[in-house]
Design a protein around this ligand. Sequence first.
Ligand code: MG
Length: 330
Amino acid sequence: MKVFIHRYELKAPLHPSASSARASRVGCLLRIEWPDGRRGFADLHPWPELGDGPLDEQLAALERFNLTPLSEQAIYFADRDARARAAGEPLWRSGARIRNNFLVNDVTRITDDELGRLSKEGFTTVKIKCGGDIEKEAAIVNRIAKRDDFFVRLDFNGRATPDSFERFMSLVHAESDHRIEYVEDPFPYDHATWGDVGRRWTVGIDYELARSPWARGEKPAADVFILKPANMDVESSVRTAIDWGMDITVTSVMGHPVGVLHAHAVAQDLHLKHGARMRTAGCLTLGVYQRDPFAADIPVDGPFIGKPPGTGVGFDHLLESLLWTPISER
Ligand code: MG
C-alpha cells in the first residue's frame, strides 16, 4: 500500500461570527493506493491541545507504518472510500436524512437575530463551547432556553473544575433544565462528581473517555457517548455504548470537509442501523472556516448535509487535482 499526503490549512474567517473557528488550523489529506488498484482519500486532523500527537509526529509515525489512533482511523476511512469508489457508489446514504446541531464557538457573538434565523432554517439543537466565561455562558443558556425552540448541548472540553461547574449550575435557572439536552466533558473525569452532575443534567462523554474506566470495561458516569469516528474504532465503541444503554452522538472533529463527510457518512449508517439510540449529529462544521472549494461543493440545507457530487466521499475532481507527495510504501 502506498500513502500520499497533501497538507492543507483551514483559515479562520476574516469577519468572525458566533460559529467561527478562533484560529487557522493545519492538517493533511491522505491518498492511499492498494496493490489491487483501489485508491481512497481521508483526512488526518489532529488536535494537539486536546491530546492528539501533533501533525508532523503523526506523519513521521505513519511513514514507518507505526499507526496512531488517528492514522489508523484515516486508513479505515480511506479504505471505505476506496471500496465505494471502486463500486462507483457514494458513501452518502439517500435513505438517512440526519439533522446536525449548530455549533457556537463564541457565545459573546450569538445574537437573537441569528438564533431566529437558525430556527427558521430548521436547526433544533445548538451546541455551545463553554468554559471560557461561565457567567456569560449561563446567561446565554437561560436566554436560549426561554425561547423554547432549541435544545442546548454544552461542551466544556473538561475546562471547568468541580467548583466552577457548581457555580455554573447555580447560574442556570431550573426552568432552563428541560432545554438542556446534555453537558459534555464538564471537568476532568471523576466518577463521583460526574455522577453528581448527572443527577441534574444528562452528561455526555467525549475526550474525557481516556480518563474514564471505559477501557477497563466499566461504564463511565455518562449517558451519552460522543463518537468521533476520526479518533476511534466505530464498530467496537458503538457496541460497547449500546451494551451500556448509552445514546450516541456522532461528531466530526472540525477538520477538512473530507473528514466532515466521512464522519457524516458514518452517522448516516448508524442512524439506519440504530436509529433510536442516535442523537442529532454534530458534523456540520463547514462554516467555521473560510470557504474553500471543497466546502463549496457540499450542498447544505439548514441542519442537513446534502449529497456531494461524485463517488465515495465525493470531490472526485478536486481530489485528483491536488498535489500529492508520497511518504511511504509497503
Ligand atoms: Mg466535545
